[in-house]
Design a protein around this ligand. Structure first.
Ligand SMILES: Cc1cc2nc3c(=O)[nH]c(=O)nc-3n(C[C@H](O)[C@H](O)[C@H](O)COP(=O)(O)OP(=O)(O)OC[C@H]3O[C@@H](n4cnc5c(N)ncnc54)[C@H](O)[C@@H]3O)c2cc1C
Length: 157
């Protein structure tokens, strides 16, 4: 078979966009090297698709519930998380902000205590390190809860 004429484009990029039917020709042109590497990637993807009925990407608000529904319906499910279990709400969104708002409210109420006939000796102070530690603790509990829930879910990887 005659070699195709070179295009001047990097071979890996050319190969990546070629349809299956011309791969043999390109393989010949590239002496098999890049074709071999690309086939490995394809085989990995095929193995994943053959192993799981569903792949859920992300463990934010939707991912874990969806994974649980699918796993409980008897499907094998793979969950992929690139960063932190729980996503935005648990790690940087709703939970941390509301935890700190709760601390601010406690300080506010403590300062108003005298109006309710409650005295606090020594005045009311705010310990930002303590507030952050509490916030990290609440987020961490939620994050670990999400992780162990998914980890213990039958049929879910
Ligand atoms: C400061 C702040 C305060 C908020 N307060 C509230 C509130 O009080 N009430 C409220 O209802 N909403 C609040 N929100 C909004 C709420 O956090 C989001 O709407 C919600 O978390 C979105 O959920 P999600 O699942 O769509 O996305 P996310 O929670 O962002 O989850 C997406 C997940 O997918 C993962 N992911 C993404 N791409 C990939 C990939 N390619 N491979 C693997 N994993 C991937 C991410 O790492 C992440 O874990 C707040 C948001 C912020 C920023």
């Amino acid at each position: 078979m005659a070699k195709p004429k070179g295009t001047g484009v990097h071979p890996a990029k050319v190969f990546a966009i070629l349809p299956n039917e011309v791969r043999d020709t390109v393989d010949l042109y590239l002496n098999g090297k890049i074709n071999q590497w690309y086939s490995q990637q394809e085989r990995r993807a095929e193995t994943l698709m053959a192993t799981y009925d569903a792949i859920v990407i992300g463990t934010g608000q939707a991912g874990p519930s969806l994974a649980a529904r699918l796993a409980n319906a008897g499907m094998s499910v793979a969950v992929v998380e690139r960063k932190l279990f729980g996503g935005t709400c648990v790690n940087t969104g709703c939970i941390p902000t509301k935890t700190m708002v709760a601390s601010a409210y406690a300080a506010h109420l403590a300062r108003l205590a005298v109006e309710y006939g409650v005295t606090i000796a020594g005045g009311v102070g705010v310990d930002m390190k303590g507030i952050k530690a509490r916030k990290d603790g609440v987020s961490g509990t939620s994050r670990r809860g999400t992780e162990s829930w998914l980890g213990n879910l039958k049929g879910c990887t």
